[in-house]
Design a protein around this ligand. Structure first.
Ligand code: NI
Length: 256
């Protein structure tokens, strides 16, 4: 069954039809999804969704672009939440230099702090890194992230950087971008990476694959992503779905 390792179904894009929408994706062959937090509020909503729906699990963490007003109290809540049932990861956390704010030093501080919560609570991490390749790697090496483990979500760098993360034992999250015409760099990474370290992710509502590019995304559309990976890896789509599901369960330390 399809395992979507990264969704934001708490997003307002689903406010009008969430209940119906979530019912439908289960009908369409989606086995499990991880709803990932981006702010403290959305992390709370992720936990609530995981309590309401069997197939939804939660990750709690604060996205680098939302770190400006974080407090130590928020970190205490995160530490508590990490120990709740069905919370399987700390994320999404990392660095995003696409916009100028918050300042790099602020982003770095909270990235390190949240990596340490992951280490303390023994949960894997979901890493968001955009236009910040070197600083992300430096912090992860300094913090010995190889002892924490996790996934580089929406992997967007080249093969050389991918190789370093794969050697640290990290997984790469592959989504809609691999189906885009300008997705050649990611296709090369998928070709070269071991199948055992790839997981599927939509980042719903974002990054809908071709032929639905630009529309609100949905976990069942990972079929198109799996199709593309199958082509690159010379295997069947069913095999891609099965292997990435096993990988995701290993990554999030879930029972079968
Ligand atoms: Ni995300």
């Amino acid at each position: 069954m399809i395992f979507d390792t990264h969704v934001h179904y708490d997003d307002e894009a689903y406010d009008e039809d969430r209940e119906v929408f979530l019912g439908e994706i289960v009908q369409k062959g989606v086995g499990r999804v991880i709803n990932v937090g981006a702010t403290i509020d959305s992390a709370k909503e992720a936990v609530a969704l995981s309590q309401k729906y069997d197939f939804i699990y939660a990750a709690v963490g604060v996205h680098p672009s939302d770190t400006a007003d974080l407090t130590e109290e928020d970190m205490q809540w995160l530490t508590q939440a990490a120990q709740m049932e069905k919370v399987v990861a700390i994320g999404e956390i990392g660095l995003d230099y696409h916009y100028d704010e918050p300042e790099k030093e602020v982003q770095k501080k909270w990235f390190v702090r949240q990596l340490r919560i992951a280490k303390e609570t023994k949960l894997p991490v979901c890493i968001h890194s955009r236009e910040a390749a070197q600083d992300t790697l430096t912090i992860m090496q300094q913090e010995h992230a190889e002892e924490i483990g996790g996934v580089i979500h929406c992997y967007s760098y080249g093969w050389e950087m991918a190789k370093i993360y794969l050697d640290m034992g990290f997984y790469l999250g592959i989504g809609g971008v691999v189906t885009f015409k300008n997705g050649r760099k990611l296709k090369e990474v998928v070709e070269k990476a071991p199948m055992e370290q790839l997981v599927l992710e939509t980042d719903s509502p974002y990054l809908s694959p071709e032929p639905y590019r630009g529309q609100r995304n949905s976990s069942d559309r990972l079929l198109y992503v799996a199709n593309q990976i199958a082509e690159l890896k010379n295997m069947t789509t069913d095999e891609v779905i099965r292997i990435t599901e096993e990988n995701a369960k290993r990554l999030y330390r879930m029972k079968k």
